[in-house]
Design a protein around this ligand. Sequence first.
Ligand code: ASP
Ligand code: MG
Length: 418
Amino acid sequence: MKVFKFGGASVRDAAAVKNVAGVLSLFQKEQLLVVVSAMGKTTNALEQLAEAYYKKLKTKHALYNEIKSFHDSVIAGLLQNPNSNAYDDIENLFIELECMLETKPESSFDCVYDQIVSYGEVFSSRIISAYLNETGHRNRWMDAQNFIATDNTYREGKVDWEITQEMIAKKLRPIVNKQMVVTQGFIGRSQDLKTVTLGREGSDYSAAIFAYGLDAESVTIWKDVEGVMNGDPKKIKNAVKLDALSYTHAIEMAYYGATVIHPKTIQPLQSKHIPLYVKSFINPKGKGTTVSTKAKEKNIPTYISKQDQVLVSISSKDFSFIVEDNLSGIFSLLAKHRININLMQNSAISFSICVNNKPEQLAELKKELSKHFVVKSNEGVELLTVMHYDEKGLKKVIGSRNILLEQRTRTGVQFVLE
Ligand code: ASP
Ligand code: MG
């Protein structure tokens, strides 16, 4: 049993969906669970719609119509059978969404966001499933929300692994055993029956959750690149594909900014030793990248960049040292304002952290910190992480840029660059 994940770019229009069918043709004998994202930039469009609805903006109807006509055009390019039930199914979904938009928003914005934005995956999975059935790729559409149980942290749902694993193993596995299943990435359901999304780009994570519950033999993420590269080809000259990656390195790469895999994807797979393949949907017979336990990594320098970072430096007001008492206070404030630290460094009199730019939370944090400390910050800096570094390569990449902070271990080095 294999899990495939097709992201937004791989299903961005009718031609792309036809290409997906072509990829699936290569795996006709396999038991497959296919996880799909919303088509193209639909999630961004739905985000705007959610905002317009919540803020009662006039743009609401135009935004809705745009999303509807985009999907209508994809359907027109795909479905041939005029009597297909799929038309009604999809039309009904749109009516459902339209009705919701006519009601008054009654919950928090984050809750409203999830109820609206999740439609992207539902539309795309319905259309793709119908097209595949029409073209001989027999499959069954399933609602991912019936299997992925979350808490109600809207927009960043935390998975209830016990319930999720049980539901997938008991209810979904027997179906996948018999026929291909098409389902949605990105979404789950809370105990109080609300839709909860798993965070932007969370479809990779969904694929991993399903693979975990199914004890799948592998997960394949189909991308528009050949695999995981050792750096962004737009920035690193002669970027190369990494054939093999350990789980640990894949987690680090994803965490420090490589966008090819969602950071939460790896751990569930690692815990069951399920290999992850990252392959090209344009060249599906290519070898791609394998992330696994036994990966024989080559020591190829790998450059990962995280942009729009803020370097915050905290020092004492009274020349006292930054010691445990101060640090524990600082950490509680970071947790309170939900700020993740990407890198930290301390010296006798100061403590520096490099964090993602969340302007509102950071402003609150700095206000509180300033009561006891001197706080300085540099905005718009870059966190560059280099694994398996060599000095010559580092010099080339950094050039004459100003290094604000540097941290080295035996195999990796990180820089905060202005
Ligand atoms: N459609 C969602 C997003 O764009 C989830 C995903 O694509 O992974 O964030
Ligand atoms: Mg995506």
